[in-house]
Every structure is written in structure tokens, then in C-alpha cells.
Ligand binder design. Structure first.
Ligand code: DOR
Ligand code: ZN
Length: 345
């Protein structure tokens, strides 16, 4: 048996939802991570500093006793977000970024940005204040093939954004293609990316393996093997531009196994173990701590956790389901399958 001790990791991209659902998924993350950048795509979305403060309080109130966990809040960018709101966010000590969802790109993005040009004042305020913009990097143009939407977004939105706001700090969230890896590598030090465990472990065949697999359906979609290899190379490279962001996104079973099923993989039940398995398979376990615990914190100007987490190379089987809100089941990623690393209690 092998062990690996790392500073407690930071999940730089997490969906916690709200209410009973949040209370049921929060322990999975809080048992593993010191902190997480919490996504604002609630219904209604978290668009103001006041709403973020209230959401943060609800998360802290739902935290089981004895667990220490810091929710790092974000605001949801809309066409109407003001520069004043951005400055208020920067002045707060709990809002750490602004999330840009192209309208219609994914779950609860209807209130997102219809045209990024409408956000110029907010973007200028972010550029001036250093508050990062977190990008869901998919073009929503229905004429663009769903597997090409990230590459199209880079051409038509991300590159122009870099030209117009060269000082804007930017995180390209849940990257899925070699195109995004190249974009991030080629951009300045203010540009970084998060990578999910599911995009590192699976290629797009997994959406169709032995039948349609709704629990492997997320956005951006899983991509072909060559893109997965590019993500793996970036993740294990030790380049601090690439860090852990799980994009764990819980939906009840009935919302996933449905006509018009929801996008999102729930990975928080094995939020660090999945990455340990991948880094081990790549012979890169010594690089896991940088990716999971250091680079994200450094990018956000946060101190690295002084607490530690120990992983052991012991196989366990993922339950086929876990409890969720409203009597629903939540089907976790790799349900019924074996994971080769576990967290030492
Ligand atoms: O698969 C996804 N699920 N991608 C997103 O961008 C949103 C997320 C969710 O909130 O369910
Ligand atoms: Zn997300």
C-alpha cells in the first residue's frame, strides 16, 4: 500500500446548488477540500454581492460540525452587471471571481450574457481591479457542431476578449480540447484553466458505451481521445496555469435519465481520488499537489492550505447511488466501478 500526503486541495470550480440538495452534497466536498470556488448558477442566479453573502451563509450553516471548509463565492455575469457591482465584489473579502455563461450554453444559463460586448463596462472594471473572469467557453451558435463549440469560442470570443482587455485575468473553465490547452499556454500569466476529473479520465466514447449513458453527459461534452490526451499532458505537466476544478454538478436521477436530460457529472464523492488515480496512472503522483492544492490558490491570491490530506492506494467500489434532495437518488460518477485510491479517514 502506498500513501500520498498533500496540502488540503482547492476545488476551483464547484456546483453546490442550494437548500436540501446543497446540504446533501456539501459533506463530500468539505471532507476532502479546504475550499472551493462556488458557481453562481442557482435559480435565480447569484448576481449581486448581497446574494453571494447570503448564499455563503447558507453554505456555512449547512456544513457538518467538525468540518472546516471555505466557500469562495462568485457572481453570475449578466448583460446588466454594473461596474459598481464589480467594485463592490472586489471590495468584499468573499467574492473571488465573476462567472461568464453565454446565454443558453448550459444548466441555468438563461440569464447569462447574450453578447459579451454588452459587458464592456463590467469587464473594464474587472480588468482594472484584478477580479478574474471565469469563462464557460462554448459558442452557443446552433450552426456550430456541438463538439466544436469550444474551439469556435476561442476564435470568436476569447481571442477578441484578450485583444480588447489584455489585462483581464481569465480562467478558462473545464477545458476539453487541445485548442483550449494551446490558447491558455499561449496567453499571458493572467490566463489559466481548470480541468475536471471526468474530462481527464474519459473520452466521448463513454457517452455511448453499450448504450446512451446520461451520467457521462456534461457540458462541455467529453471530446475525442486526442483531446483527452492533451488535457492529461497539461494537467500532469506541472505548469501552474492548469489546476483542479471538478465541475461536480449534481442532478437527481430523474433529471439525468430523461428526455432532455440535464448536463453534469457528480464527482464530489471522489473529488480528489479520481485525480489521484489519473496522476498515478500517468506516473505523475508527485505533481498532484501542485495541480490540486497550490496552483489554484496561487492564481486566486489565497494562501495554500496548511492542513494536509492523506490518500492511500486502496481500492473501493463507488456506490450505485447516494441520497439526494426530495427523495431523489444521485448517481455518482463511476457508479458501481472501482477507484484505486481512497482518502485516509
Ligand atoms: O455539465 C455541466 N453542468 N456543465 C455546466 O456548465 C453546468 C453544470 C451544472 O450546473 O449542472
Ligand atoms: Zn460548472
Amino acid at each position: 500500500m502506498r500513501t500520498l500526503t498533500i496540502a488540503r486541495p482547492l476545488d476551483a470550480h464547484l456546483h453546490l446548488r442550494d437548500g436540501a440538495a446543497m446540504a446533501m452534497v456539501l459533506p463530500d466536498t468539505a471532507q476532502r477540500f479546504a475550499a472551493a470556488i462556488v458557481m453562481p448558477n442557482l435559480k435565480p442566479p447569484v448576481t449581486t454581492v448581497a446574494a453571494a453573502a447570503a448564499y455563503r451563509e447558507r453554505i456555512l450553516a449547512a456544513l457538518p460540525k467538525g468540518l472546516r471548509f471555505e466557500p469562495l463565492m462568485t457572481l453570475y455575469l449578466t448583460d446588466d452587471t454594473t461596474a459598481a457591482e464589480i467594485h463592490a465584489a472586489r471590495a468584499s473579502d468573499f467574492v473571488h471571481a465573476i462567472k461568464y455563461y453565454p446565454a443558453g450554453a448550459t444548466t441555468n444559463s438563461a440569464a447569462g450574457v447574450t453578447d459579451i460586448q454588452r459587458c464592456r463596462q463590467a469587464l473594464a472594471a474587472m480588468e482594472a481591479s484584478g477580479l478574474p473572469l471565469l469563462v464557460h467557453g462554448e459558442l452557443t451558435d446552433v450552426a456550430v457542431d456541438v463538439f466544436d463549440r469550444e474551439a469556435a469560442f476561442i476564435e470568436r470570443v476569447a481571442l477578441p476578449l484578450r485583444r480588447d482587455f489584455p489585462g483581464l485575468r481569465l480562467v478558462f473553465e473545464h477545458i476539453t480540447t487541445g485548442d483550449a490547452v494551446d490558447f491558455v499556454r499561449g496567453a499571458g500569466p493572467g490566463v489559466a484553466a481548470t480541468i475536471t476529473a471526468h474530462h481527464l479520465l474519459l473520452n466521448r466514447n463513454a457517452i455511448f458505451a453499450g448504450g446512451l449513458r446520461p451520467h457521462n453527459y456534461c457540458l462541455p461534452l467529453l471530446k475525442r481521445e486526442a483531446h483527452r490526451r492533451a488535457l492529461v499532458a497539461a494537467a500532469v505537466s506541472g505548469d501552474p496555469k492548469f489546476f483542479l476544478g471538478s465541475d461536480s454538478a449534481p442532478h437527481g436521477r430523474s433529471a439525468k435519465e430523461a428526455d432532455h436530460g440535464c448536463a453534469g457529472c457528480y464527482t464530489a464523492h471522489a473529488g480528489i481520488e479520481l485525480y489521484a488515480q489519473l496522476f498515478d496512472a500517468e506516473g505523475a503522483l508527485t505533481r498532484l499537489e501542485g495541480f490540486a492544492s497550490h496552483y489554484g490558490a496561487d492564481f486566486y491570491g489565497l494562501s495554500r492550505s496548511r492542513e494536509t490530506l492523506t490518500l492511500v492506494s486502496e481500492a473501493w467500489t463507488v456506490p450505485v447511488a447516494q441520497a439526494f434532495a426530495d427523495g431523489e437518488a444521485l448517481v455518482p460518477f463511476m457508479a458501481g466501478e472501482t477507484i484505486l485510491w481512497r482518502v485516509q479517514p
